[in-house]
Design a protein around this ligand. Structure first.
Ligand code: PA5
Length: 471
């Protein structure tokens, strides 16, 4: 029986040599990867692959069901305590939650009157930069002194698995100071900390200050954590269908139980991407064909870059929003260097639709569009763009969602996570660590005079351009 549930599908035919000519991908070579995929599947099911201690994301769709009551309770606490909610975090502790917010709430959520928001708080994200202008702007939106009623109060969810990430910790210290100014001894009630269950500076602070806490599972890495409390608590605060998200992910986990490249969408995607790398397609342009997926492509960018950019190899992911970017990047993809694989993220259904109105005078000459919906026009733009790329021998892969619902997003997120690890294993690298990210942190901490970094600081000498000397 064919299921009526929305389903994420992958179509690779517009990337193949049979469709676009000799620079296309070779379908037989992709299918010939089946033995390697069998080995990857064994590594994932027996938990024997590189980075095996961080494969816990695989069973989050089921494991998190038991934690939903605690997540809902923490969300209720935050919703009741303020009309403005700030989520602090960076990288994997930020992009997943922002993805869900962008996809699953009203596009102008924060501008809606409280009643239209269902009395849920306005949501802001911070802790992603060291930028005074930005943080000052946020502080301007928050009460500066108490007492305040919950209807004008604010709350904070500070998300950091390690509890030591500088950008997040700096922003939290500043907001914690503001919370104490406004709420005095009751400030802790305005905070939830999402962090490692046992260790780290944030966990210690949470215990000392008596914050409500939710755990980031130790066996789940940051960029694979969106289906843990890291993404689910913010989602519950802005009213997303958290259970639907997990159900979609669980359905994709079922589809990923087989190693068969013809059946498993994550492996089909991973094998195609790996083969594309081997054919010289180093740039991977993930294009969102729906505004609600604009942050998801940035989440994918991070997942791909931080997981696969290793040992002098790996694809260069680029996040794009179309049709906007066709007026810029479209030129380069169509006509520039022949190294870009386009991955279109397409949505079948947008509702409610807007149809082009008729204008009897036809002053702009657009009456030929009258009655056509924006969704229809967007679809023709996707098909037309793909046709043009095919004519120029440029490969496109399509990931098609039936809708932008929590259930579909759960499928897509889980599929891309499995596909990324599978591609990493095909490449022979560890897709679950990020040694390169540590290098910048060490030298930054040394320059900031962290006491344990004095040795490195001494070695670094004078840095930065001499403004007297440079042109
Ligand atoms: O994928 C990762 O591990 C990183 O992107 C982290 O999520 C990011 O560095 C934030 O780390 P933390 O949650 O420890 O503050």
């Amino acid at each position: 029986m064919v299921s009526a549930a929305p389903r994420v599908r992958i179509d690779v035919s517009d990337a193949m040599a049979a469709r676009i000519g000799p620079r296309g991908l070779d379908a037989a070579a992709i299918m010939a990867l089946q033995p390697q995929i069998d080995a990857v599947h064994a590594q994932l099911t027996d938990l024997t692959g590189a980075g095996r201690d961080f494969l816990g994301f695989l069973d989050l769709p089921v494991r998190m069901l038991a934690q939903l009551p605690a997540i809902r309770a923490a969300a209720d606490q935050l919703i009741a305590a303020g009309d403005t909610h700030v989520v602090l975090g960076i990288g994997g502790s930020y992009l997943g939650a922002k993805t869900l917010f962008n996809a699953l709430t009203h596009p102008y959520h924060n501008q809606l009157p409280a009643e239209r928001r269902g009395w849920l708080p306005k949501i802001y994200f911070a802790g992603t930069d060291l930028d005074s202008r930005e943080l000052n702007g946020l502080l301007d939106l928050l009460p500066a002194r108490g007492p305040v009623l919950p209807t004008s109060g604010f709350t904070v969810n500070v998300v950091s698995k390690s509890g030591t990430t500088l950008e997040t910790a700096v922003a939290f210290r500043i907001l914690w100071k503001r919370l104490k100014t406004v709420y005095g001894d009751l400030a802790a009630k305005q905070v939830v900390a999402t962090t490692d269950p046992d260790g780290g500076a944030l966990r210690q602070m949470a215990q000392r200050e008596n914050f409500t806490t939710l755990p980031v599972p130790p066996d789940v890495g940051g960029r694979y954590s969106v289906l843990s409390a890291v993404g689910l608590l913010p989602a519950a605060v802005f009213g997303a269908d958290v259970a639907g998200l997990l159900a979609g992910a669980a359905d994709m986990a079922e589809r990923c139980r087989t190693a068969d490249l013809n059946e498993n969408p994550a492996y089909r995607y991973a094998a195609t991407m790996f083969h594309a790398q081997q054919r010289g397609y180093h740039i991977r342009y993930l294009a969102a064909w729906a505004k609600g997926l604009e942050t998801l492509v940035h989440w994918h960018d991070q997942l791909c870059a931080e997981s696969l950019g290793k040992d002098g190899r790996g694809p260069v992911p680029i996040a794009g929003m179309v049709t906007r970017d066709l007026h810029a990047r479209g030129q380069q993809i169509q006509d520039g260097s022949h190294d870009t694989l386009v991955v279109n993220l397409v949505v079948n259904r947008t509702e409610p639709e807007i149809a082009m109105p008729d204008d009897p005078g036809d002053p702009d000459g657009l009456n030929y569009l009258a009655g056509q919906t924006l969704g229809h026009m967007q679809r023709q733009a996707w098909l037309g763009t793909t046709y043009a790329y095919c004519q120029a021998g440029r490969p496109s892969v399509h990931i098609v969602l039936d809708d932008v619902s929590a259930y579909s997003l759960g499928q897509l997120i889980y599929m891309l996570e499995v596909a990324t690890v599978a591609e990493g294993y095909l490449m022979g690298i560890n897709p679950l660590d990020q040694p390169g990210v540590e290098a910048y942190k060490r030298s930054m901490f040394a320059l900031l005079d962290r006491p344990d970094m004095a040795g490195l600081r001494a070695k670094m000498g004078q840095l930065g351009p001499d403004l007297e000397q440079v042109v």
